[in-house]
Design a protein around this ligand. Sequence first.
Ligand SMILES: Cc1cc2nc3c(=O)[nH]c(=O)nc-3n(C[C@H](O)[C@H](O)[C@H](O)COP(=O)(O)OP(=O)(O)OC[C@H]3O[C@@H](n4cnc5c(N)ncnc54)[C@H](O)[C@@H]3O)c2cc1C
Length: 430
Amino acid sequence: MKQPLSPDYDAIVAGSGPGGASVARTLAQRGWRVLILEQGSGAPLKGTLGQMARFGAVPGRSAFVHRDASLLVQGVNVGGSSSLNFATASDPPAAMFAAHGIDLVPEVRTLRAELPIGPLPDHLLGPMASRIMAGARSLGLEWHKLDKMIRPQICRSGCWRCAYGCPFGAKWSARDFVEQACAAGATLLSEATVERALLEDGKAIGVVYRHQGERHSARASTVVLAGGGIGSPRLLHASGLGPRESAFFSDPVVAVMGTVDGLDGGAEVPMAAGMRLDVQGISLADLTLPRPMYQGFTAQVGRLDRLSAHARTLSIMVKIRDDIGGSVGPRWADKTLTPADRNKLDEGVGLARQVLAACGASHVFQSWHFAAHPGGSVRIGAGVDHNLRAAADGLYVCDASVIPQAWGLPPTLTLLALGQRLGTHLADSA
Ligand SMILES: Cc1cc2nc3c(=O)[nH]c(=O)nc-3n(C[C@H](O)[C@H](O)[C@H](O)COP(=O)(O)OP(=O)(O)OC[C@H]3O[C@@H](n4cnc5c(N)ncnc54)[C@H](O)[C@@H]3O)c2cc1C
């Protein structure tokens, strides 16, 4: 085994999505020597279909086809899924965390003051989002602009690149925190895959990782696993501390689409506005995606007649809070819908169809379901304690896997808050 870049760090963070980037930044800014190991690429975001596919559509790595043929995707690159996400921000549900003695209000307050979080100004609300909002409001629905993690002064009206990874720096991503961590002295090693945590006498002492085809070790008395809802349960198992299979949630989504003659759109920020039925666990929002992604949806369900209607087709996202189930295993992630999940999706799709009808849409059809929020696989209160500590001293998990219950919300802001809270806890107790 080769020697690491540097033999000793105070903390090693495995994964650079929102959870990992946040804890790494906090620790580095508190003077800790931090090594961030990320299995994906750190190439600058280009906002192209090809790069998006390399980061988020590689079967078995970033895209998982379930037994029912539905798809689960995650971003594998510096920044994790946040590089490709739709930048919607939502506060953590206070009661869910209070049940575990966790109060994220101070962290969220700090993050909201620091980050570009807020509704888009009117000039950035695309024609499709506006049309859908008008249709929904005509039905009396409480459809409103959603908070976005976007810098409006940089964001360009008529641009469609968010979903491919904003190359202009308009969309916030965890890359921003990784950069700030490095500016504060952290070391980032991309294309470095952590294989397992190293443990000695019940304590974390470092990690084993692969980089450029060779195996290395790095040592630190604090190790934070932040590989995301799929990566972290795998790492815990590989370290001899977690089960081989872990149940999870994924917040499945269906896109419901319909054509409005005379409309000319298709290039705008997705999820600019929407509504949530909290009790039912159903969210709806506009979901205008770039043409190739739209065409993927149409082809998937055999609606070849709609292939060329992208600029005239409104698309509404229906997302549900699914039951925790299925399994993440060493080489798979598989989850099918329960009857309760199906009922929720049906209810949301029914509502989306009403909204599209109110918009004057015809040729309405829906995609197969897909998901992009794997989490809950190492839950607080089960896989980790309320300080995110796993079953070994010095070993922590900080990403969507620790979310304690079925979810159904945009997770990013919550994960940033959890990372900041963990970093502060570690630095204060050192
Ligand atoms: C298309 C899409 C749209 C989305 N829209 C929104 C939205 O609007 N709002 C919102 O809040 N959320 C959204 N999300 C979800 C959100 O981005 C994720 O929930 C969030 O990024 C999860 O953060 P995380 O810290 O758990 O890890 P991730 O973002 O999953 O990052 C984990 C990182 O760890 C790395 N890793 C894993 N295993 C290892 C290993 N063994 N060694 C080294 N590195 C490893 C991975 O490569 C990855 O980069 C969206 C996601 C997608 C894909």
